[in-house]
Write a protein that binds this ligand. Structure first.
Ligand code: NAD
Length: 353
């Protein structure tokens, strides 16, 4: 049995679905169900006895202790976080609360559980912390990609809170011997992503014939990884990672935001017959840049490839085609999200619906 936190969010839900498609091992899924947690993401496993969903907070020590003691998982994988940079700029406090204080309480609950185990269970146990490449800061156009030894230089409240959580995880290994693993991944895309993030936002607006907002000059560069490949990387690190080590995860797919958006528009011109606006690229609208917007992230995932044999299976072109097709085929999922808290967020962020 494994325990996953944040498994109703984008990457966590993809991970739980992938896990149950490939293994009979039960998953306990602990999620607070913030605006980003969506039980619809887990609808296909609602009746699966191998999936135990619990609504709760990683910072609730009594609940975490009870879950750990009752189910005795052999691993805890921590996806739970406040994850959106723009929200961290508008209101950093939730990020500190969940990503820093919450991770600390989770580590304490896990440490107590792990300390009480017998020696063989203790050595088999793993705590895997899922983190981001944003902790490394911003690169210039000619800088080498981030490696696992790049010094941390987080620039947003989000990345600073994730950096703090990474340091706590590291410290729990060095101080207490907790068997931890950390992954730092680049930007994910794929099915089930909340439409505040670039790719689903563009998909949703383009299908509705609304403006496609691009920050600044659109030339900020990100590395993009299909979410299924992130899930396979986490499974690989969980199974074979060296204790206390950090693994960078990336897709070798550096793209400027504007190029990502134009690629989606071209695909929609092809796949979205009956669109109110064609070509979809006519909807592109440049908006005021994000405060402190990091210019470029690029990640070197050579260590994961060389030491553990992981490689992504999707190219950007194959992954984005799957993603566009998924959003077009799942318009009810999109409509349900669009009618909820999301509307308030868009008004606050962009001043319109
Ligand atoms: P998400 O925002 O879609 O989902 C986060 C989930 O965590 C939600 O289901 C939410 O309800 C839950 N949650 C939030 N606070 C919680 C708390 N206190 N207790 C329990 N559950 C809580 O995020 P995501 O994009 O799926 O990201 C998952 C993890 O991967 C995060 O740690 C994020 O930092 C990391 N990450 C994300 C990306 C990306 O591109 N999305 C890239 C690299 C790393």
């Amino acid at each position: 049995m494994i325990l996953v936190t944040g498994g109703a969010g984008f990457i966590g839900a993809n991970f739980v679905l992938d896990w149950l498609a490939q293994s009979d091992e039960t998953v306990i899924n602990l999620d607070k169900l913030t605006y980003a947690g969506n039980m619809e993401n887990l609808a296909s496993i609602a009746d699966d006895p191998r999936h135990i969903f619990v609504q709760g907070d990683i910072g609730d020590s009594a609940l975490m202790t009870q879950l750990l003691q009752t189910h005795q998982p052999r691993a805890v994988i921590n996806f739970a976080a406040e994850s959106h940079v723009d929200r961290s700029i508008l209101g950093p406090e939730d990020f500190i609360q969940t990503n820093v204080v919450g991770t600390f309480h989770l580590l304490e609950s896990v440490r107590a559980y792990w300390t009480a185990m017998d020696e063989s269970a203790k050595s088999a146990f793993r705590f895997l912390h899922v983190s981001t490449d944003e902790v490394y800061g911003s690169l210039g156009p000619d800088d080498a990609p981030f490696t696992e030894t790049t010094p941390y230089a987080p620039n947003s409240p989000y990345s600073a809170s994730k950096a703090a959580s990474d340091h706590l995880v590291r410290a729990y290994h060095h101080t207490y011997g907790l068997p931890v693993l950390t992954t730092n991944c680049s930007n994910n895309y794929g099915p089930l992503q909340f439409p505040e993030k670039l790719i689903p936002l563009v998909m949703m607006n383009a299908v509705a014939g609304k403006a496609l907002p691009i920050y600044g000059d659109g030339l900020n560069v990100r590395d993009w990884l299909y979410v299924g490949d992130h899930c396979s990387a986490i499974r690989t690190v969980l199974a074979h990672g060296k204790l206390g080590e950090v693994y960078n995860v990336g897709g070798w797919n550096e793209k400027a935001n504007i190029d990502v958006v134009k690629t989606i528009c071209t695909m929609l011109d092809d796949l979205h017959a009956g669109s109110p606006v064609t070509p979809h690229a006519d909807l592109i609208t440049y908006v005021k840049d994000r405060a402190g917007h990091d210019r470029r992230y690029a990640i070197d995932a050579t260590k994961l490839q060389r030491e553990l044999g992981w490689m992504p299976s999707e190219t950007f072109e194959t992954g984005i085609r799957k993603t566009v097709a998924w959003y077009l085929a799942n318009q009810t999922w999109v409509a349900n999200i669009a009618s909820g808290e999301y509307r308030h967020w868009v008004e606050k962020q962009y001043g319109s619906k």
